[in-house]
Design a protein around this ligand. Structure first.
Ligand SMILES: Nc1ncnc2c1ncn2[C@@H]1O[C@H](COP(=O)(O)OP(=O)(O)OP(=O)(O)O)[C@@H](O)[C@H]1O
Length: 244
């Protein structure tokens, strides 16, 4: 489980994150939805210990990211916004390299790689050098690499960015599988339809703050709108940057 309490982060005069708090439970897909510049990436970066908050607390399975970042990192699998791969290495070698960084033995790495390659349908790319990979092939490799240590909590920054319809559907299936295994899945998106299709719990963020949260039904009830799109627009206060 991931719990965020009163997170703040400013860049000079820009208050990127201005008091964000929410819980992402196990066995649930939680979506962080907000327009461009809302503070989603900055929030996620503080969650996965890439950036220190000015104020506030991040707890992962009860571990405090501020005082015990190593323990937090072990419990997290992260697909960051920058998905750099080692282009001279094959997909399998990229995954293996991360497995070794996590201190896993070779047999465990091999077994996890096979399982992830099957779940993500990577049979045709697993032993190809990643140089020249399509966006979808890169994302699959980056996700498999992020999950090699079998983390309980999975954070993905805009996981379907740049993917075609088939790849997006496959990604959604995969995230549901992670959820059904009891993991905590947290992802960000600026695309309402994406979040509506996938999430059990939606946290709407705008101008660095949480402006509404709940299931799709709860959000409709809270805003008094029948249509989810209208509910989002009402919660955010504008249509800017919301649509695909
Ligand atoms: N390293 C940085 N230096 C200066 N400003 C930053 C930095 N990172 C983020 N910001 C600013 O903080 C605000 C929030 O940015 P962030 O990337 O978290 O938004 P986002 O919700 O992820 O947006 P998008 O959907 O466009 O990726 C923006 O105004 C952005 O310009």
């Amino acid at each position: 489980m991931i719990e965020v309490r009163d997170l703040h982060k400013a860049f000079g005069k820009v208050k990127a994150v201005d008091g964000v708090g929410f819980r992402a439970e196990d066995g649930r897909i939680t979506g962080l939805l907000g327009p461009n510049g809302a503070g989603k990436t900055t929030t996620l970066r503080m969650l996965y210990t890439l950036m220190r908050p000015d104020r506030g607390q991040v707890l992962v399975d009860g571990m405090d990211a501020g005082t015990d970042p190593e323990a937090v990192r072990r419990r997290l699998g992260v697909l960051p916004d920058a998905r750099g791969l080692y282009k001279r290495l094959s997909s399998r070698e990229n995954i293996r390299y991360f497995g070794r960084l996590h201190g896993l033995d070779e047999a465990t790495i091999a077994a996890r790689t096979d399982a992830l390659a099957a779940a993500l349908d990577m049979g045709d790319i697993i032993d190809r050098r990643t140089e020249g990979f399509s966006q979808g092939q890169r994302v699959k490799t980056a996700i498999a690499r992020a999950l090699v240590h079998d983390p309980r909590n999975v954070i993905l920054d805009e996981p379907t960015n740049g993917l075609d319809v088939m790849a997006t559907r496959a990604m959604r299936r995969f995230l549901r599988q992670l959820r059904d295994e009891g993991r905590c899945v947290l992802f960000s998106s600026h695309i309402m339809q994406e979040v509506a299709a996938l999430c059990d719990h939606i946290v709407i963020i705008a101008r660095g703050r949480v402006v509404a949260e709940g299931s799709a039904d709860e959000l409709r009830a809270q805003t008094g709108e029948d249509n989810l799109e209208d509910a989002f627009v009402k919660a955010i206060g504008s249509e800017e940057g919301l649509m695909a």
